[in-house]
Design a protein around this ligand. Structure first.
Ligand code: HEC
Length: 303
């Protein structure tokens, strides 16, 4: 018992120390680098690393799953390593079904509210997709891009938008496109003790088994990356936030990251957390940090 107390207080002392040092992202940065290492090792040579791909045949490992995939490629999700899926993806992208949405998003950006102002008041720059979510040290909460857009609408006397699709997805598609054109990268900051705590909460949620299926997000998107669920290969956590909103063939329209998160949370056999909840925002903060340094690549298409 005593030993346990000593150990715990030593741990507390160490973490207090790192936090006082002013580098609040030390742990997050370690986590991110470990994830990059894990994913790059997994895909360095799938034929050799068979244990990572227990449901794939020899032939599949040889012909379908690509070798030597790097972190930067993983913004493309499973299309980074599934060469058959990639061919279909490239075919669809010859006439991307999200192009009109980008234009409509641009119109929404410049359109006057009833008070005569526009989104420019809140978002003077448009290449901002990689800067969200951020931790607001005054409000002491994670702020997602969807939330910032809705806050802007409300501050200007307008009604909030649905955070999953429609106008929200269109405006985000425009921001994402602008960010991609400008060569912007995911650049999430953790600059206070509270921000580090929000990150830790998100990480814990991501790795917690839930629902009657006892699955965690990580079961499928960390350990499970590269495995097949029926015909679909599972994509990595690394790169998950770089390309939203996406036009999903299953949806037949464009949807936000929040929409995808709710869907996957539901598939875990749980009554899904709302995309605007503290839980979801902290999960998104963690997920986005994991993609730090990767190029913005949205909007995009997914099956
Ligand atoms: C039973 C496995 C499973 C679990 C558990 C799961 N997902 Fe998924 N998820 C999938 C599958 C399958 C897809 C579609 C193929 C792909 O891109 O991985 C997907 C897709 C996604 C995508 C879109 C990826 C892209 O590139 O567009 C995101 C984001 C995502 N999941 C997040 C989550 C989060 C967050 C959780 C936990 C709340 C979670 N998933 C739990 C199986 C799972």
């Amino acid at each position: 018992m005593l030993l346990k107390v000593v150990k715990i207080s030593a741990l507390v002392a160490i973490s207090a120390c790192t936090l006082n040092a002013g580098s609040f992202d030390t742990q997050a940065e370690k986590d991110r680098q470990a994830l990059v290492k894990y994913m790059e090792a997994k895909f360095s040579n799938p034929e050799k690393n068979k244990s990572f791909f227990p449901y794939s045949t020899e032939d599949e490992l040889k012909r379908v799953i690509k070798k030597g995939v790097k972190a930067a490629d993983l913004a493309k999700g499973s299309y980074a390593y599934d060469s058959i899926g990639r061919e279909q993806y490239d075919d669809i992208n010859e006439m991307p079904p999200y192009e009109d949405a980008i234009d409509e998003g641009e119109v929404l950006y410049g359109k006057k509210f009833a008070n005569g102002k526009t989104f420019k008041e809140c978002f003077p720059k448009t290449d901002i997709a990689g800067d969200y979510p951020y931790f607001d040290n005054k409000k002491k909460e994670v702020v997602t891009l969807t939330q910032a857009i809705n806050d802007c609408l409300v501050a200007n006397g307008e009604k909030k938008w649905n955070i999953k699709k429609g106008n929200m997805a269109k405006l985000e598609a425009y921001f994402s496109h602008q960010s991609k054109e400008a060569g912007k990268k995911v650049a999430i900051k953790i600059d206070s003790k509270e921000a580090a705590q929000a990150y830790e909460n998100g990480k814990k949620a991501y790795y917690t088994q839930r629902g009657y299926l006892k699955l965690s997000c990580a079961t499928c998107h960390v350990q499970g990356t590269g495995k097949r669920v029926r015909k679909e290969y599972m994509s990595p956590l690394l790169g998950h936030t770089t390309h939203f909103p996406v036009f999903r063939l299953k949806w037949g329209n464009l949807g936000t990251l929040e929409r995808r998160l709710e869907g996957c949370n539901k598939d875990e056999g749980e009554n899904p957390h709302k995309g605007s909840s503290k839980w979801a925002k902290e999960v998104l903060y963690f997920m986005s940090y994991m993609s730090n340094g990767l190029g913005i690549d949205g909007p995009d298409i997914r099956k």
